[in-house]
Design a protein around this ligand. Structure first.
Ligand code: NAD
Ligand code: TYD
Length: 345
């Protein structure tokens, strides 16, 4: 089995590539990544010499290059994670999200259609395509799409194209929509690693609005386990929701981080909490996401194995032990982007 994993140098991709390379020595894993600001080959140092691992620097928006690579490699499967993934960036530059997330996905679908022994195109998507919930209720696989940010609109559009290729061309596809991931290797523009990084640098912890927005937090290793399961046992043409069973308000998440970090850094109670700063709300800020993953549980026997309390402890420890990684990804351009964005608020 030859599998192309797109976006394998990003946050979730890193975990998926490592899992597949180590667990399936008989598969050839091709990590196809353009290495944007979010991709980092340092993440994959420990597996780069494995004989079943190959890295290809390629941009999914380059149709010709993608076609010729697919013809050369003749993959039997694609696990598609490459994307622009940050809502705030999508508000500042929506076009890039259409180009990468929609057009890039179509190029991969077209290239896959031309192959002879092609078994599955597995598209990784988000719960944000379903829109925003009120205080109650959950997203199921049947919830109508109602995306509200340029990011979620681009992911919704790519999901629709993937499904349309199943119905129109009988391309064997699978889709999963998961909730907010957290864990090692997440780029510090997303809430949890951004706050860990700012705590370490004693910088303000920006909370949008009142911090009342709710996300369902999924530990990235549990997500990777679900991807492995769906890839091997999920039904062709089906969609699976993946959730963490860990709904938290943003303010609760940040307070938990402060509390744990006070202890780990030998600071008095309430020390890092003083960094919490309420800032202007995100435009179109979705109030609540919550996932019903009954289908995945009953059909494939998956449940999250890590509670939020365990996962957040592991995550903080990883960032504390990998301060060089944090320093290297926050140098240069990212730092500039962050300062500009923060000053704007
Ligand atoms: P990420 O931003 O950390 O990584 C994205 C990766 O894609 C990077 O390695 C980047 O270099 C690569 N990439 C971007 N544009 C590319 C292009 N044009 N060609 C080739 N490679 C390109 O993202 P992530 O958080 O790991 O998310 C992975 C996938 O999971 C995305 O499709 C995202 O929409 C989805 N998802 C993420 C979350 C989450 O909480 N992080 C939740 C739900 C769904
Ligand atoms: P984020 O990690 O960007 O993921 P998403 O927008 O895909 O859910 O944000 C998680 C939540 O945290 C979201 O409600 C926005 C909020 N947030 C802040 O309050 N401050 C921040 O600096 C960031 C990045 C996010």
């Amino acid at each position: 089995m030859k599998i192309i994993i797109t976006g394998g140098a990003g946050f979730i991709g890193t975990h998926v590539v490592k899992l597949f390379v180590k667990k399936y020595p008989n598969y050839s894993i091709y990590n196809l990544d353009a290495l944007t600001y979010a991709g980092n080959l340092e993440n994959l140092k420990d597996i780069e010499t494995y004989p079943n691992y190959h890295f290809i620097k390629a941009d999914i928006t380059d149709e010709q290059h993608i076609n010729s690579l697919f013809q050369e490699i003749q993959p039997n499967a694609v696990i598609h994670l490459a994307a622009e993934s940050h809502v705030d960036r999508s508000i500042m530059n929506p076009n890039q999200f259409v180009i990468t997330n929609v057009l890039g996905t179509i190029h991969l679908l077209n290239a896959s259609r031309k192959l002879n022994d092609f078994q599955v195109f597995y598209h990784i998507s988000t719960d944000e395509v379903y829109g925003s919930l009120g205080e109650t209720g959950y997203f199921t696989e049947k919830t109508p799409y109602d995306p509200r940010s340029p990011y979620s609109a681009s992911k919704a559009s790519s999901d629709h194209f993937v499904r349309s290729y199943y119905h129109t061309y009988h391309l064997p596809i699978k889709i999963s929509n998961c909730s907010n991931n957290y864990g090692p290797y997440q780029f510090p523009e997303k809430l949890i690693p951004l706050c860990i990084n700012n705590i370490l640098n004693e910088k303000p912890l920006p909370i949008y609005g009142k911090g009342e927005n709710v996300r369902d937090w999924l530990f990235v290793e549990d997500h990777s386990r679900a991807i492995d399961l769906i890839f091997h046992k999920g039904k062709i043409g089906e969609t699976y929701n993946i959730g963490g069973n860990s709904e938290k308000k943003n303010i609760e998440v940040v307070q938990t981080l402060c509390k744990i970090m006070n202890k780990k850094m030998n600071k008095p109670e309430g020390y890092y909490e003083k960094l919490i700063t309420f800032v202007k709300d995100r435009a179109g800020h979705d109030l609540r996401y919550a996932i019903d993953f009954t289908k995945l549980k009953t059909e494939l026997n998956w449940t999250p194995s890590v509670s939020f309390e365990e996962g957040i402890e592991k995550t903080i420890d990883w960032y504390l032990n990998n301060s060089d990684w944090l320093k290297s990804v926050t140098s240069g351009n990212y730092q500039k982007y962050y300062e500009e964005q923060y000053i704007k608020r």
